[in-house]
Design a protein around this ligand. Structure first.
Ligand SMILES: Nc1ncnc2c1ncn2[C@@H]1O[C@H](COP(=O)(O)OP(=O)(O)OP(=O)(O)O)[C@@H](O)[C@H]1O
Ligand SMILES: [Mg+2]
Length: 246
């Protein structure tokens, strides 16, 4: 069967910036040249990555800070483009990436639910029909009508996940969503993710919680030094990762 997500020899490089050795005034007066000079090289965040993800898999990406996990999710979501290599995604992607990504901080929680629901593929009428359910699910209470710049990180995560929980996703991308939620919300998210798993939703999940990875994932990829180090069953990959990082 055709994979839902396919990476072929994907490399992602970012420009590395140097310091303004000739001073800010010189930098501003000669902007185009100065920008060119300030870019003193390329940093390879992902190096020759290839993998296939099939329908209904729940794949966990683990690895140290800066290894390249979030970059992989952003590439799947199409938020960034690979430097070289090919990416194929067959299906509708619902990305829940960084905390607050896709949110507008001056708008209320309620308005952000609408904005996010539409960004994630629902029509305005569909979001409005589910609005009360989404608000109840988030347990944000009276703060739902406050601008979200006043929200705590846990409240932002609740808002984001509550929208996702009311979608019918095909491919769901979750980047460390559970990390900032409290125990009760984490439990609720895990339950919802298990439901998605039973409904055959393809999920790609980045987490530093090995317990969550073991509980949810059907397969785990360990990203080390910007490449795939190990790809296998959750038990095998997580225990290798823990034994190398203890
Ligand atoms: N926009 C960017 N510009 C330059 N470098 C970037 C950019 N985004 C990511 N990087 C670099 O790419 C590397 C991989 O970053 P990424 O965010 O994918 O790591 P991660 O595995 O998600 O880490 P963490 O566990 O800390 O979230 C890091 O070294 C980071 O500094
Ligand atoms: Mg990350």
């Amino acid at each position: 069967m055709k994979p839902v997500i396919s990476f072929r020899n994907v490399t992602k490089s970012y420009p590395l910036y140097g310091s303004f050795t000739s001073g800010i005034k010189n930098f501003l007066f000669h902007l185009p040249t100065a920008i060119k000079e300030a870019r003193c090289g390329q940093f390879q965040a992902l190096s020759d990555i290839s993998f296939d993800i099939h329908s209904g898999e729940t794949v966990g990406f683990i690895g140290s800070n800066g290894a390249g996990k979030s970059s992989i999710l952003s590439l799947i979501a199409g938020v960034i483009q690979p430097t070289t290599g090919e990416i194929e995604v067959n299906g509708r992607v619902s990305p829940l990436l960084e905390l607050g990504a896709g949110f507008h901080f001056e708008l209320t929680g309620r308005d952000n639910i609408l904005l996010n629901g539409v960004l994630l593929g629902l029509t305005k009428a569909q979001v409005l029909a589910k609005m009360d359910q989404i608000i109840d699910y988030s347990e944000i209470g009276q703060f739902i009508d406050q601008p979200i710049r006043s929200y705590s990180s846990g409240m932002l995560a609740r808002l984001g996940f509550s929208v996702v929980a009311h979608l019918e996703p095909e491919i769901l991308l979750l980047d460390e969503m559970l990390a900032v939620g409290d125990a009760s919300f984490q439990k609720k998210c895990l339950r919802k993710m298990m439901e998605f798993r039973e409904d055959n939703v393809t999920m790609v999940f980045v987490s530093h919680s090995m317990d969550d990875v073991l509980r949810i994932c059907t397969r785990v990829l360990w990203i080390k030094d910007h490449a795939i180090f190990l790809d296998g069953s959750p038990g095998e990959v997580v225990s290798a990762y823990l034994s190398q990082n203890s």
